[in-house]
Design a protein around this ligand. Structure first.
Ligand code: SF4
Length: 326
């Protein structure tokens, strides 16, 4: 456990964003992943990160996502194998199922991961993913995961506006999900899409508020703890350590992961210090000082936060990374 000033950071969960490359190019993707992105986390970097973390932190889970982690299947297997060796109990992967052309192929792939120690798997299925990946592939992958008896089999779907809003996108998502509902032992998770990354270009379909959102930072749902003491960190293939897509607390090409966590102090982070005390509205003062003029309305706190960060990115490139998010 590290202490810095009066802050104590105990990392319990690590997400490896193995690559930002993806066969899909979803309209809501926070990281703007796609076929033209390059790079991945090399096995020796994975080993180094895990070695550093396990010494000082009570790691409970490692998830691998991206981008599409099955594009680097051998490295994905390596991460699962290493995390099992270290006794980290929860080991999972998030995928869009592009590799599951039929049930035989799907089962063969997942069996290899299960043999290395995979416990949980999340399949992305919604309007956005199914623009690129046939729903039959998702079904093949789900059936294979059930047949292999993986412990947690989850379907994550992102909805435009709210999960109950009636619109074209959500109707397609609902229809696709109905094609999966007969498969037993699945957990279905439904979320409103984030208004950031490519998702910030979909505001014409969203409910823009007349007044400025003035609430606190809600924290991404997958980050345990709070901004002062985050329990989940994300490590990407460019070395960025992020707490929310595009908000970086250090880069392992500049400083070791150990030092980044040891030195993390929310009050000294130029962006998070303001967001944690005043909510995203705190960033408005900073952006205005830099010449920002409000020309639009916002959907919610995170949309305001994202647009202000986008304006500030060139001024704080180290804290607002990876750059592609913007
Ligand atoms: S986008 Fe900003 S307000 Fe929303 S969870 Fe991330 S840091 Fe908090």
């Amino acid at each position: 456990m590290f202490t810095w000033g009066d802050s104590v950071v105990q990392v319990k969960n690590v997400d490896f964003l193995l690559t930002f490359k993806c066969p899909a190019q979803c309209q809501h993707c926070s990281y703007k992943a796609g076929p033209n992105r390059v790079g991945y986390i090399k096995p020796k970097e994975i080993s180094r990160y895990l070695k550093e973390l396990i010494k000082m932190h009570p790691l409970q889970s490692v998830w691998v996502h991206g981008g599409e982690p099955f594009l680097y299947f051998n490295y994905l297997k390596y991460i699962i194998k290493e995390t099992k060796k270290l006794g980290i109990p929860r080991r999972g992967v998030i995928t869009n199922s592009f590799w599951a052309k039929n049930e035989v192929i799907a089962k063969a792939k997942l069996e290899k991961l299960k043999n290395k120690g995979l416990k949980a798997i999340t399949f992305s299925s919604d309007f956005f993913h199914q623009e690129f990946i046939p729903i039959e592939y998702v079904r093949n992958a789900l059936k294979a995961a059930v047949a292999l008896g993986l412990e947690n089999i989850i379907v994550d779907s992102y909805f435009v506006d709210d999960v109950t809003t009636y619109n074209y996108f959500n109707q397609i998502t609902k229809k696709n999900l109905e094609l999966l509902e007969d498969i037993e032992e699945l957990e279905f998770h439904r979320y409103p899409m984030g208004v950031e990354g490519r998702g910030a270009d979909l505001t014409e379909y969203l409910n823009l508020k007349a007044e400025l959102p003035s609430g606190n930072c809600p924290m991404p749902f997958w980050i345990d703890g709070d901004l002062k003491n985050p329990e989940t960190i994300e490590i990407d293939c460019e070395g960025n350590i992020t707490l929310c897509p595009g908000i970086c607390i250090g880069n392992t090409n500049i400083q070791s992961l150990t030092k980044i966590i040891q030195n993390y102090d929310v009050d000294r982070h130029p962006i998070l210090s303001l967001v944690s005390k005043e909510g995203p509205l705190g960033l408005l003062k900073l952006a205005k000082e830099q010449g920002f003029k409000q020309k639009q309305n916002f959907v919610n706190e995170c949309h305001l936060c994202y647009e202000l960060r986008k304006y500030l990115q060139q001024i704080y490139p180290y804290s607002l990374a990876p750059e592609y998010c913007y």
